[in-house]
Design a protein around this ligand. Structure first.
Ligand code: ZN
Length: 211
């Protein structure tokens, strides 16, 4: 079985959203071997690196990350190749992809080929989000630090989160061919948080070919 680790390594000089310094992880050594053993402290914004957004991110009273069912994040998924898209994923890009209820869709875009934060990252447009809501998908992932961009970003998040569609952001899909995989996404169960960092793995399923 082939496994793809599609998570971002966490380090102080990793790419962060809009290059905001407060989004940068901080690692400090609390104790070292002179005190018996090494212990490191990590200070991390929940939206830094590969992470899962829960409804509470944009909806007051929405579901928190620790109660999102793990079955919604460990399930078959499909990687769609949208590396040809220059700016945004629209409903017309999604037409003809035979997206069905319960699907978990991951968007591989040119973002995966860029190192560092690109302010013009490819994102899911409002009508693309509406399309996914109509299709009643279970979850969506993208290789950008936010699934939306610019002024419609909150609306894009709200459309998806209102329907309890799981959002994974910050994927790295450069090495992953389009096709079907088992998605293993396990965000830390931080009680009452709106999001949490996750290690995300794709396991190649038998007979995987182009969808
Ligand atoms: Zn987020």
């Amino acid at each position: 079985m082939r496994l793809y680790d599609v998570s971002m390594p966490i380090c102080e000089d990793m790419p962060v959203y809009k290059n905001r310094s407060e989004n940068r992880p901080k690692l400090t050594v609390d104790r070292d071997f002179s005190q018996g053993a090494r212990e490191t402290r990590l200070t991390l914004n929940m939206h830094t690196g590969t992470h899962v957004d829960a409804p509470f991110h944009f909806l007051p009273g929405g579901e928190k990350i620790h109660t999102v069912p793990i079955e919604n994040m460990v399930r078959p998924c499909r990687v769609l190749d949208f590396t040809h898209v220059a700016d945004r994923i629209t409903s017309s890009e999604l037409e003809g992809q035979s997206i069905e209820p319960g699907d978990f869709i991951l968007f591989k875009t040119r973002n995966s080929l860029v190192n560092g934060f690109d302010p013009n990252y490819v994102f899911l447009d409002v009508d693309g989000a509406e399309h996914l809501v109509e299709r009643k998908i279970r979850g969506v992932g993208i290789d950008a630090l936010s699934i939306g961009r610019g002024q419609p970003n909150p609306e894009i998040h709200r459309l998806l989160l209102k329907e309890r569609i799981v959002i994974i952001e910050g994927l790295r899909l450069a090495e992953v061919p389009k096709g079907k995989y088992l998605l293993i996404a396990a965000p830390l169960a931080v009680v009452d948080a709106e999001a949490a960092p996750a290690r995300v793995i794709l396991a190649q399923m038998e007979g995987n070919a182009t969808p």
